[in-house]
Design a protein around this ligand. Structure first.
Ligand code: SAH
Ligand code: SF4
Ligand code: F3S
Length: 446
């Protein structure tokens, strides 16, 4: 069968879609890039904000026309919204053939094949640890120059239950994969051209802690041990990871990153809010000061480190003063990048019991202010890079200008440059920065 997959949501979902494609191709099916050519349409959905759900429901609803024309078409919803709504989604969208939950990723192929043989609506949403068996599949067309980058999911689920967040409900309990499986997967990916590997999990730094919700004691970090083992794979040039929960950065983990050959000095450290009161109500287990303490500890071990973050504006009861505290912490850390979200109540999550009290216009205004702060800060830090020489991992032709190529520093800055003969994606090269734009840098290969 010809399969088309559309993915919503985060990198975990992107990775799941890749695993779906890997399993389907291994079973003899083909991936296609348009809905019109496909025999099976998969919508891998997200639930994190209301808008994400609305988008996917709208899109799947729209597919009814296609199905009227081609009644053989199989349409399935997977991912977090599929998990959350289950049978309700099948009732709401009668042309949907199946709903496959996040714990059943590994059963996609037999499910699709059985629906083709015996048409009926199916909802399969049981949580299962057997899902780990499907998480290692990859889809890497042999001649793809994009092969320099690969992603590996090292944990699944989340046990943290931040009060605003639906993820623990739709992704289930946190489980870690075997270290030997992850290392074997990384070696295979490197053999197929990967030079940079991104490790994924809702809280990657909880890797190997058996779902315990307390951060590891000083000196102990199974995640650090995993990084050290991956660091020894000869042709692997870079390791990145997302996201670590701030309180899991102990001496052991920071030391391992600082001493490693491959782990990039760019840390995504979700802040969510800079107000202690809001943090407490969010059930985030740190304060403004302890968060800043983590930033300082990482910075003193790696002075060139850059940070990015996630922030929510308009959490119930967030005052102007709370917001100013968030702004102040953000300016103090000097994030290179930040993902700012307007609070969206998620039915089932704890904070949804409270009134969504901050008006939409106020959320938008706070969002705008943080984006403007970010823009001004980025412009300034990019200027400071002028004249320096940096190492980039070559990514290939610039998406915006086919005459240029681009590459990224370990600190996650994108640099554009004129290509030279023999340049290949996945190489490390030195570049001197000659020009700073408002969002990107330009340089010359050395
Ligand atoms: N596990 C990751 C986050 C996954 S969700 C972590 O803890 O870093 C990605 C981001 O979406 C979160 O960091 C948060 O900023 C945002 N988010 C989650 N639930 C939200 C909600 N109900 N409304 C608005 N933003 C939300
Ligand atoms: Fe959601 Fe918090 Fe888990 Fe991240 S750590 S997925 S924000 S509950
Ligand atoms: Fe990711 Fe959305 Fe699910 S952010 S984990 S796809 S709810």
């Amino acid at each position: 069968m010809k399969i088309y997959i559309k993915t919503y949501g985060c990198q975990m979902n992107e990775r799941d879609s890749e695993a779906f494609a890997g399993m389907l191709v291994k079973a003899g099916h083909t991936m296609v890039s348009s809905e019109e050519e496909a025999d099976v349409l998969l919508f891998n959905t997200c639930s994190v904000r209301e808008q994400a759900e609305r988008k996917a429901i709208g899109k799947i609803g729209y597919m009814r026309k296609l199905k009227n024309r081609r009644p053989d078409l199989i349409i399935g919803a997977t991912g977090c919204m599929a998990q959350r709504l289950g049978n309700r989604l099948l009732e709401e969208l009668p042309h949907l053939d199946f709903v496959l939950g996040t714990g059943q990723l590994h059963t996609l192929v037999p499910l699709v094949e059985s629906i083709r043989a015996d048409r009926r609506q199916v909802a399969s949403i049981l949580e299962s640890e057997a899902v780990l068996t499907g998480m290692g599949s990859h889809f890497r067309p042999a001649a793809d120059p994009g092969n320099w980058h690969a992603q590996i999911a090292i944990t699944r689920g989340c046990n943290r239950f931040c009060s605003y967040c639906i993820v623990p409900y739709v992704r289930g309990r946190e489980i870690s994969r075997e270290r030997s499986d992850i290392v074997a997967e990384a070696k295979e990916l490197v053999a197929s051209g990967a030079r940079e590997i991104m490790l994924l999990g809702q809280n990657v730094a909880a890797y190997g802690l058996g779902g315990n919700i307390n951060p590891p004691p000083p000196g102990h970090s199974p995640f650090a041990e995993l990084l050290e083992e991956l660091d020894r794979i000869p042709e692997l040039l870079r390791i990145r990871f997302t996201s670590p929960y701030p309180t899991y950065f102990n001496d052991r983990l920071i030391g391992a990153i600082a001493a490693s050959r491959t782990v990039c000095h760019n840390i995504h450290l979700p802040l969510q809010s800079g107000s202690d009161r809001v943090l407490r109500e969010m059930n985030r287990q740190y304060t403004r000061d302890s968060y800043l303490g983590v930033v300082d500890a990482i910075r003193s071990a790696m002075p060139d480190v850059t940070f990015s973050t996630d922030v929510i504006v308009g959490f119930p009861g967030e005052t102007d003063e709370d917001f100013e505290q968030t702004r102040e912490v953000m300016n103090r850390v000097g994030f290179d990048n930040s993902f700012i979200f307007k609070y969206s109540p998620r039915p089932g999550a704890k904070s949804a019991e409270r009134v969504d009290s901050v008006p939409r216009e106020v959320k938008e205004e706070r969002n705008r202010i943080l984006l403007e702060d970010l823009r001004a800060r980025v412009e300034k830090t990019l200027k400071q890079q002028l004249g320096t020489t940096v190492e980039v991992l070559v990514e290939g032709v610039s998406p915006r200008n086919p005459e240029r190529w681009c590459g990224r520093t370990g600190t996650n800055r994108l640099i554009h440059f004129e290509p030279v003969d023999g340049l290949q994606p996945g190489m490390l090269r030195q570049v001197r920065i000659t020009r700073a734009g408002s969002v990107s840098l330009f340089g010359e290969l050395i």
